[in-house]
Design a protein around this ligand. Structure first.
Ligand code: HXC
Length: 256
């Protein structure tokens, strides 16, 4: 039996692919366990500077595995505490690029929203169709989608269960870029490789600061940003980056 995730390293990029093609990459408990463990392993690996998370060209993920949940009681769901695992994705400090083609639905859409840059193929379809199976989003959909696209579009998507095309998702602010389906993966990998060349500490603090924008008031967020900005003046990469600019040469970052 093939593994539910596939992992490989390309230069300084750690790649994970969701791999349950028969069930449209439904996010089973086993898949989520392995996925989170792999993301954390990349986060701990000093040779990895950026992460790429992908499905196939046909599907990113059609949501949590409905067969895992169909017969569960409230307390079985509660005791499973599966969202603790999702919380761990939020703590990954390295940038994660999502390469999304085909369906990104329910937990699949929520998983993409846990990533930092979403590259969508022209065929991508985003949705939170949980309403059609008697529930609602549970891994952050009502919160992250609303923050990304605003109340009007979020209500439409969550209450009617309709899918957003890649273009709609781009204009609503859910995805970063839309690319032709033939090269969505290569383009996402290229962007992850580009991130891997940036100064890693600045990358990490910049990610942290952008994410705080969702959780803080403007004045607290500005204060927070400023402290992280000052911190970077303790890095060799700041000295190297500015010196290289003045000397009109390419910087050589060391992650120190
Ligand atoms: C389990 C799934 C699945 C899912 C698809 N499959 N989605 N199995 N969980 N989420 C299975 C189907 O049962 C089928 O298996 C095979 O994948 C192919 O799917 P089809 O339905 O035949 O494909 P198609 O007609 O092309 O329709 C595609 C689709 C549809 C529109 C994406 O599959 C669909 O609506 N899927 C469910 C989407 C959804 O409701 N997602 C939210 C889940 S709840 P067989 O054996 O018949 O071939 C959720 C909550 C998250 O995500 C909370 C956080 C954990």
């Amino acid at each position: 039996m093939s593994d539910v995730i596939l992992s490989e390293v390309d230069g300084h990029v750690g790649i994970v692919r969701l791999n349950r093609p028969d069930v449209l990459n439904a996010l089973s408990l086993e898949l989520m366990k392995k996925l989170v463990a792999q993301l954390e392993a990349y986060d701990d690996d000093p040779n990895i500077y950026a992460i790429l998370l992908s499905g196939s060209e046909k599907v990113f993920a059609a949501g949590a595995d409905i067969t895992d949940m169909a017969d569960a009681s409230t307390f079985e769901m509660y005791n499973r505490n599966q969202f603790a695992r999702w919380e761990r994705i939020k703590k990954i400090s390295k940038p994660i690029v999502a390469a999304v083609s085909g369906y990104a639905l329910g937990g699949g859409c929520e998983l993409a929203m846990h990533c930092d840059i979403i590259i969508a193929s022209e065929t991508a379809k985003f949705g939170q169709p949980e309403i059609n199976i008697g529930v609602m989003p549970g891994a952050g959909g009502t919160q992250r989608l609303t923050r990304a696209v605003g109340k009007a579009v979020a209500m439409d998507v969550v209450l009617t269960g309709r899918f957003l095309s890649a273009r709609e998702a781009l204009s609503a602010g859910l995805v970063s870029r839309v690319v032709p389906k033939e090269n969505f993966y290569d383009e996402a990998l290229r962007i992850a490789q580009e991130l891997a060349k940036k100064p890693p500490l600045a990358l990490r603090l910049a990610k942290e600061s952008v994410l705080k924008a969702h959780e803080m008031s403007l004045s607290d967020g500005l204060e927070y940003e400023r402290k992280l900005f000052y911190m970077l003046f303790a890095t060799e990469d700041q000295k190297e980056g500015m010196k290289a600019f003045i000397e009109k040469r390419r910087p050589e970052f060391k992650g120190k």
